[in-house]
Design a protein around this ligand. Structure first.
Ligand code: NAD
Length: 485
C-alpha cells in the first residue's frame, strides 16, 4: 500500500467548485476506505447545501457563455480531457482499484471505456442537428433547433467510479450544459481527479463541479428544489431513482434514470457450451458481479444444465481472490461490509429454501469484504435471489425445458435492463432478442457496453439512454421556430 501514497497525495480532496478545490463550508471531511483492507485511504471534504448552492450559482452564471461556446471548441476541450485521462490512465486505474476494489486489469478496462465517452462525445459535439421543412400548407417553414437544457446534476454510483461520471459529463458538456456531479460517497476520488484533468484541458471554471457529500438526500434535494437546475441524470438503485423521479416533478426537471437490473442469461440447448461459459464468466464475475448489467439468473436448458454448471464451477475454481492491486488477482472485495452481508443473506435465504451450493457459498475471512465466487443450483421459485439484484459474485442456475418457458421466466421481473442468451440458431437469435423486455441484449456474448451504443433500460430499470448518438439528446431541448416564407 505504501506504493500508493504518492498517488493519493496527487488527488484533490476538496470540493471541486468554480475550477478549484475547496474545503466544505462545515469544515468537515469524511473517510474514503480501501475495501480490500477496511483501512482509511484518505479523507475528502463533506459538501453541504451551502456548498452545493455555490456550485450551482457558478454553473448558472457560466451557462450562457458555455452554451454559446463554439461546438468545435467544446469538442476540443473534451478531446483534450480524453487525452489527459489516457496520459494518466495508470493513475486512474490504481485509484479506481484502491477506492472500489476491482482488479487492476479491470480498472484499466474501465479507464479505456470511461475515457471513451469523452472522445465519443467530443465527436458528437459538432454534429448536433436540427431540421427545416416547408409547412404542409405551404404558408411557412418549420425550423427545429436543438438547445442545451441548462445546468444539470449527475448523481453516480460507486461501481464504476469513472465511467458512470464520464457517461454523463461527456454528453452534457458536448451539448453545452454545465454540470454538477455528486459522486458516490464510497468512491469520490476518481471524479475529483477527473475534475482536475478537465481544468488542465482548459474547461472554463464553473462548467464542471464535483461535490462529494455524506448527506446525498439533503444536498441533492436542495439542488433539485433550486429553480436554476434544469436536469437530473441519476445512476443508482431503483428505490432511490423512484424517490428522485418523484422529487423531480416539483420543478418538472428533465430526468434520465439508469437504475437496477436483474439480467437473465439464457443458455439454449443448441448453444456452444464453452463459449457460453466464457460469456457467463464475463457477465457474472466482471466487476465482482457489482454491475447493473451483471447476469443475475442463469436460465439453462435442462438437457445441458449439468454440463454447463460443472464447466462453470471448474472455471470459477481457477479464480484468484484478493486485493485488486495484487498480481494475478481476478476477483476483488465487495464495496463494503453492508454489501457483503446483503449478498450473504441472499445466498443463505436461497439455501434455506432448498438451493444447492455447487461451489463457494460463504464470505471469506477479512480484512476486507470478500465473498467466495459461488454457484448455486436448484434454486426454488420463492428465493429472494431470483427477484432481487445480487450485486455480488453469485451465479444462480435455474433449469427450463422450452423456449417459451425461458422467455416468460426472463421477462418475469420488474427490471428490464440487460439480457444475454446463447444459441447457434439464427432464427432463434432474432426471435428471442425481440421477445426480451429489456433495453440491451447480448447475443452469444457476455459483455455489451460500448460508448458508441445506447445504454439504458425499460420497465423499472430506467428512462433514457446514455452513450451512442442517443446520449446527447438527453441534454438537448427541441425548439420549433415558425418562419414565414
Ligand atoms: P444508490 O442508489 O444507493 O446510490 C447511488 C447514488 O445516489 C449515490 O451517489 C448516493 O449517494 C446517491 N443517493 C442515495 N440516496 C439518495 C437520495 N435519497 N437522494 C439523492 N441521492 C441519493 O446505488 P449504489 O449502491 O451506489 O449503486 C448500485 C446501484 O446502481 C445498483 O442498483 C445498480 O444496478 C445501479 N447501477 C445502474 C447502472 C445503469 O446504468 N443502469 C449503472 C451502474 C449502477
Amino acid at each position: 500500500m505504501t506504493g500508493f501514497s504518492t498517488l493519493l497525495t496527487a488527488v484533490p480532496t476538496g470540493l471541486w467548485i468554480d475550477g478549484s478545490s475547496h474545503e466544505s463550508s462545515s469544515g468537515k471531511r469524511f473517510d474514503v476506505m480501501n475495501p480490500a483492507t477496511g483501512e482509511v485511504l484518505t479523507t475528502v471534504a463533506d459538501g453541504t447545501v451551502t456548498d452545493a448552492r455555490r456550485a450551482l450559482e457558478s454553473a448558472a452564471k457560466v451557462q450562457p457563455e458555455w452554451a454559446a461556446t463554439a461546438p468545435r471548441e467544446r469538442s476540443e476541450i473534451l478531446r483534450r480531457a480524453w487525452e489527459g485521462v489516457m496520459q494518466r490512465s495508470e493513475e486512474f486505474a490504481q485509484l479506481i482499484t484502491l477506492e472500489m476494489g476491482k482488479p487492476l486489469a479491470e480498472s484499466r478496462g474501465e479507464v479505456a471505456y470511461g475515457g471513451e465517452f469523452l472522445r465519443w462525445f467530443a465527436e458528437e459535439a459538432v454534429r448536433i442537428g436540427g431540421r427545416t421543412t416547408t409547412a404542409p400548407s405551404g404558408n411557412g417553414h418549420i425550423m427545429v433547433v436543438k438547445e442545451p437544457v441548462g445546468p444539470a446534476l449527475a448523481v453516480t454510483p460507486w461501481n464504476f467510479p469513472l465511467a458512470m461520471g464520464t457517461r454523463k459529463i461527456g454528453p452534457a458538456l458536448a451539448a453545452g450544459c454545465t454540470m454538477l456531479v455528486k459522486p458516490a460517497e464510497d468512491t469520490p476520488l476518481t471524479m475529483l481527479l477527473l475534475a482536475q484533468v478537465f481544468a488542465e484541458a482548459g474547461l472554463p471554471a464553473g462548467v464542471l463541479s464535483v461535490l462529494p457529500t455524506l448527506d446525498a438526500p439533503t444536498v441533492v434535494g436542495a439542488l433539485m428544489a433550486d429553480r436554476r437546475l434544469r436536469k437530473i441524470s441519476f445512476t443508482g438503485s431503483t428505490p432511490v431513482g423512484k424517490a428522485i423521479i418523484a422529487q423531480s416533478a416539483e420543478q418538472v426537471l428533465k430526468t434520465s434514470m439508469e437504475l437496477g437490473g436483474n439480467a437473465p442469461f439464457i443458455v439454449f440447448d443448441d448453444a456452444d457450451i464453452d463459449a457460453a461459459v466464457d460469456g457467463a464468466m464475463a457477465a457474472k464475475m466482471r466487476n465482482g458481479g457489482e454491475a447493473c448489467t451483471a447476469a443475475n439468473r442463469f436460465l439453462v436448458h435442462n438437457s445441458i444444465r449439468e454440463d454447463f454448471t460443472r464447466t462453470l464451477c471448474a472455471r470459477i475454481a481457477l479464480t484468484t481472490v484478493g486485493p485488486g492491486y495484487e498480481d494475478g488477482v481476478m476477483l476483488g472485495p465487495l464495496i463494503n461490509a453492508k454489501q457483503r452481508d446483503r449478498v450473504a443473506a441472499l445466498v443463505d435465504d436461497a439455501v434455506a429454501q432448498g438451493a444447492h451450493v455447487r461451489t463457494g457459498g460463504a464470505a471469506l475471512p477479512g480484512p476486507g469484504y470478500f465473498y467466495a465466487p459461488t454457484v448455486i443450483d436448484d434454486v426454488p421459485a420463492g428465493a429472494r435471489i431470483l427477484t432481487e439484484e445480487i450485486f455480488g459474485p453469485i451465479a444462480v442456475i435455474v433449469g427450463f425445458d422450452t423456449e417459451a418457458e425461458a422467455i416468460a421466466s426472463a421477462n418475469a421481473t420488474d427490471y428490464g435492463l440487460a439480457a444475454y442468451f446463447y444459441t447457434q440458431n439464427l432464427d432463434r437469435a432474432s426471435r428471442v432478442a425481440r421477445a426480451l423486455e429489456v433495453g440491451m441484449v447480448g447475443v452469444n456474448r457476455g459483455v455489451i457496453s460500448d460508448a458508441a451504443a445506447p445504454f439504458g433500460g425499460v420497465k423499472q430499470s430506467g428512462l433514457g439512454s446514455e452513450g451512442g448518438s442517443e446520449g446527447i439528446a438527453e441534454y438537448l431541448n427541441t425548439k420549433y421556430i415558425a418562419l414565414t416564407p
